[in-house]
Write a protein that binds this ligand. Structure first.
Ligand SMILES: Cc1cc2nc3c(=O)[nH]c(=O)nc-3n(C[C@H](O)[C@H](O)[C@H](O)COP(=O)(O)OP(=O)(O)OC[C@H]3O[C@@H](n4cnc5c(N)ncnc54)[C@H](O)[C@@H]3O)c2cc1C
Length: 408
């Protein structure tokens, strides 16, 4: 026998929870099912922001709407000096718990350990949803369906791209998903810098044009760079032309890209040159001592190596071209990106259900009436700082409200 619902929401992450709570609180009589394949809701939300949950950002659009939802759900928030919003307790798990309790208290039917395998549009209206739980397979029927299955990163949190297959089967275009907000692999081995963290200005160039620039902490690994500024940069790396290469490393478009690291962004090149020339006159200074107090030791050693200057040379004997090479390697240390770290590390997915086929005021499909999308499953990816969770709350609010107001 088919289980009947007015609304079925697939995926109990922040977008699904928000959509379900909103729909049920606006229309208490509606039968709303929230289907989650894992044993509990909101696993990724609970782990977000290193467990602290960077929920949103003061810079985000429509923040008052999201803050109102937090307040109605009993979630206390605070902003840090950079405008990032966190739960007051800095415990993301508590946010998940508050939302699950609210959903259950509103009367949402939360079906955990239940995977949606397929969704089929009925010939007249409504949808048949093919699910599988511990008891086996069965079919649900719902007038409206929201796909809130998230992206493809961190599969242990339930995100394996199921929503893309559902969207495609219902006639939607999906922009090929690519790992984003992730570490960037580079061609140069960085073994000597492994574990070093240093502040810098990082820039990404493609075919000689500046694509992205941000100041922040760069974290070095043997084969890659990480840190928030690098993760934000990863979203701007060109995507391969071939769809089947889109989520792979080694995309040939990266060959024309360069990452430039300025380790001393506060210095103009001429000021750095003046500093180095003055310091080289100090008695007994070696080339290896020149960058001491300016750069961390392993970074200084790498810069000298890049400039082709032996650290044992007497600094006073360095030529003008040696000094120019050091200034240039310090202010514009250049690396060639060769890939993104994959789905295991990516915090979000770039790509997803194409936005032009969604009415962004209601999140309803323009292809099929009664079908909605919210959260990371759509082709949106924001930078670090709360923008991705904000997208989940906001699109969840829109879809939840539209599903009970009739949509189109
Ligand atoms: C480690 C980490 C830290 C992060 N930290 C932050 C942060 O601090 N701030 C920020 O803004 N963003 C952060 N993000 C990104 C943010 O967590 C996601 O963008 C957000 O969770 C997306 O919400 P969602 O509801 O769309 O999807 P998800 O949170 O991914 O939830 C989707 C749910 O759908 C379920 N599901 C999938 N397929 C099916 C199916 N077939 N049947 C039933 N259920 C299904 C999944 O199990 C999952 O529970 C982080 C991401 C990661 C990985």
């Amino acid at each position: 026998m088919e289980r009947e619902f007015d609304i079925a929401i697939i995926g109990a992450g922040p977008a699904g929870l928000t959509a379900a709570i909103t729909a049920k609180s606006l229309k208490p009589g509606a039968r709303v099912a929230l289907v989650e394949k894992l044993e509990r809701a909101g696993k990724k939300l609970s782990a977000s922001g290193n467990g602290r949950g960077n929920l949103s950002n003061r810079e985000c659009d429509s923040l008052p709407q999201v803050l109102k939802f937090f307040s109605e759900s009993g979630i206390a928030v605070k902003a840090d000096e950079a405008g990032r919003l966190y739960p007051y307790s800095e415990e993301a798990k508590a946010v998940t718990s508050a939302l699950v309790k609210r959903a259950e208290n509103e009367g949402v039917i939360l079906l955990t350990d239940t995977k949606v395998k397929d969704v089929e549009a009925c010939s007249k209206d409504g949808f048949r949803i093919f699910v599988c739980d511990k008891g086996g397979e069965y079919v649900m029927r719902a007038d409206k369906v929201a796909v809130t299955t998230g992206g493809k990163s961190f599969s242990s949190y339930g995100c394996t791209g199921d929503g893309y297959a559902i969207a495609r089967s219902l006639g939607h275009k999906v922009v090929p998903p690519v790992p984003a907000l992730t570490a960037i692999e580079v061609t140069k081995p960085l073994k000597s810098l492994k574990g070093v963290r240093t502040k810098a200005l990082v820039s990404l160039f493609g075919d000689g044009k500046l694509i992205f620039e941000e100041r922040g902490e760069v974290q070095f690994r043997e084969d890659s760079l990480s840190g928030i500024c690098i993760m934000n940069m990863s979203s701007h790396l060109p995507v391969a032309d071939r769809a089947d290469m889109a989520d792979r490393c080694g995309n040939s478009k990266l060959k024309s890209c360069r990452i430039m690291i300025n380790f001393v962004p506060e210095f103009l090149p001429e000021d750095l040159m003046r500093f180095l020339r003055e310091k080289s006159r100090v008695k007994g200074i070696s080339a290896g001592d020149l960058l001491e107090t300016l750069l961390k030791k392993p970074v200084a050693a790498m810069i000298l190596d890049e400039a082709g200057v032996s650290p044992d040379l007497d600094a006073a004997e360095l030529s003008m071209s040696d000094l120019i090479a050091i200034v240039s390697a310090t202010g514009a240390f250049t690396l060639v990106p060769c890939g993104r770290k994959g789905w295991k590390e990516a915090q979000v997915t770039k790509g997803g259900v194409a936005l032009e086929e969604i009415d962004l005021t209601t999140m309803e499909s323009k292809v099929r009436a009664g079908l909605y999308f919210a959260g990371e499953v759509i082709d949106y990816d924001g930078p670090c700082g709360g923008y991705n969770l904000h997208n989940a709350w906001l699109t969840g609010l829109k879809a939840g409200a539209a599903m009970v107001s009739g949509g189109k």
